[in-house]
Write a protein that binds this ligand. Structure first.
Ligand code: PEP
Ligand code: MG
Length: 538
């Protein structure tokens, strides 16, 4: 038995078997080999295994999402057979007497760079595919083969760290808890864990070499600890805590269908945050009055090319139809910073959080933006849609956005495609936007305050930097004062203002927010009924 402390991200308890996820970004080690031919044989066997994996993925995707999406796996199979690629790996092993993993990794990097530098856009896009197939081969070679989500039992996922694109691809029904060595409490992976209602601990000093898939563990998000190889007594205790939590959640069910209104009659719009179409189930389950933040960039993560207008349209339409007339606020693409996608070719930056991200990408690469806007305007016909734009710092940006929306609208009119112009708002998540919130309020329909980034930029604390978690004070007076300024600016111009950052879900602040005049709170689905209870008792 070994007890380790970490920082809780979502308070819940889990008991079960561990699955250790090996990081896909870990550098591959170079070592000398005596028998190059045996190493080459390992590569050939790994290619065969990877082909079989891809065939299974192809068959699954064909059944679930159709030919167009499945075709990617066919392309990957073909790439794995490419003579130039395979010869290059063989050649490196023979001439340099290196291990198979290293030869695959270096060849993958070389080919990927070569494709990225080609003029043809299609070929450039293959750069990410090469990285993908090489990563798959390395994982097969070093025995950290992909998890077969379909056949595995629900487990506690243990990893060094998790990126948002890794997390978003996981089958949520198979995750009992997350435990990671690194990560910060304000990262998007932490946000995803909260959204999925999954007990999660980060910053746990584990030695992943000594932890094995199949080992048993208890994760206690309340105590902030993980117990490896727990005793029978500890398991029984944990099971009792799980039951207690379930009973509390059960009690909250009585609030389903009730209004979110204070005792003196102030109604608050209580919405939920989501990251994928599949999350709408949690919204309905927890009886949120709407969706206050759909992080649409998650549609762009965990894939190798841009989602098409049609794919996006179908996703947005499905969310709107399922919400059946309830408000759905979709935030346009907020890629960059910790949400990295190879095919955007964003390049390395010294300060990614203060870098090329969100609306900055959309305004400088308007084709990407227009595709999303077309999908949104078309989907608006199917429900109660609002659109909001992230990372705004100026009135000029809003003017530019509005000009682009007009162009998109004109295109749809010319093509006689049905559309609706949704309500449009902006996220207030930079100090600049707070300071000019009066001017901005004249231009838009609503504000949604993103306290995660607002705190990061106001306190000058990188939300990804785990060393700064102790300095990251979400209750800092500066943030609370800023929220008040924003709400007052909105109201002065007859607009509404809400909070969709994590602070909005903090029950210790709910009363203060209501007093400030906040009109809407958009929180993780699991927090909706808890906040409804607090507001109704206020
Ligand atoms: C925020 O910054 O508060 C926000 C809601 O956006 P994200 O967490 O996705 O950056
Ligand atoms: Mg943000």
């Amino acid at each position: 038995m070994l007890k380790l402390q970490g920082k809780p991200v979502y308070k819940g308890v889990a008991v079960g078997s561990i699955v250790v996820l090996k990081g896909t970004d870990a550098p591959v080690k170079r070592s000398k080999v005596q028998d190059a031919q045996a190493e080459i044989a390992r590569v050939d066997a790994a290619i065969k295994t990877a082909q079989e994996q891809l065939q299974r993925l192809y068959d699954k995707a064909l059944k679930e999402v159709g030919e167009a999406s499945a075709a990617l796996f066919e392309v990957h199979q073909m790439m794995l057979e490419d003579d130039d690629y395979v010869d290059s790996i063989h050649n490196m092993i023979e001439t340099e007497q290196v291990n198979a993993e290293y030869a695959v990794s270096v060849t993958g990097d070389n080919f990927s760079a070569m494709f990225a530098n080609m003029d043809d856009e299609y070929m450039q896009a293959r750069s990410a595919d090469i990285k993908d197939i090489s990563g798959r081969l390395v994982r097969v070679l070093d025995g950290s083969a992909d998890i077969d989500w379909e056949s595995m039992d629900a487990a506690i996922i243990v990893a060094d760290d998790l990126s948002p694109s890794e997390t978003v691809q996981m089958d949520k029904t198979k995750i009992l808890a997350f435990v990671t060595v690194h990560g910060s409490t304000n990262s998007h992976t932490a946000i995803l864990a909260r959204m999925m209602n999954i007990p999660a601990l980060i910053g746990v000093p584990m030695d992943l070499e000594t932890i094995h898939s199949g080992d048993k563990a208890v994760v206690d998000g309340f105590a902030g600890e993980v117990i490896l190889e727990p005793t029978e007594e500890e398991c029984v205790k944990a099971e009792a805590k799980i039951k207690e939590e379930q009973e509390k959640v059960q009690l909250l069910q009585a609030l389903r269908g009730k209004e979110t209104v204070t005792r003196d009659g102030r109604a608050i719009k209580l919405y939920a945050n989501i990251g994928s179409v599949g999350d709408v189930g949690y919204v309905l389950e927890n009886d949120a009055a709407g969706i206050g933040l759909f992080r649409s960039e998650f549609l762009y993560l965990g894939r190798n090319n841009f989602p098409t207008e049609e794919e996006q349209f179908q996703a947005y339409k499905q969310v709107l139809q399922t919400m059946a007339g309830k408000k759905v606020i979709i935030r346009t693409l907020d890629i960059g910073a910790d949400k990295q996608v190879d095919y955007f070719n964003l390049g390395n930056e010294d300060n990614p959080a203060m870098g090329y991200r969100a609306i900055r990408i959309c305004l400088t690469q308007p084709d990407i933006f227009k595709t999303q806007l077309r999908a949104l305007l078309r989907a608006a016909v199917y429900g109660n849609l609002s659109v909001m734009y992230p990372m705004i710092i100026s009135v000029e940006e809003v003017d530019q956005i509005q000009a682009i929306v007009k162009q998109v609208e004109a295109g749809l009119i010319a093509e006689q495609i049905p559309y609706k112009l949704p309500e449009q708002g902006i996220m207030i998540e930079t100090p600049a936007a707070v300071m000019i919130s009066e001017e901005l309020a004249e231009k838009v329909d609503f504000f949604s305050i993103g306290t995660n980034d607002l705190t990061q930029y106001t306190l000058a604390i990188d939300r990804q930097n785990e060393k700064l978690d102790t300095f990251y004070n979400p209750y800092h007076k500066a943030i609370l004062k800023m929220i008040k300024i924003v709400v007052d600016s909105a109201h002065k111009h007859g607009k509404w203002a809400g909070i969709c950052g994590e602070l909005g879900a903090d029950p210790k602040l709910t009363e203060e927010f209501v007093r400030m005049g906040v009109d809407e709170l958009s929180v993780a689905p699991s927090m909706v009924l808890r906040l409804r209870k607090a507001i109704r008792e206020m």
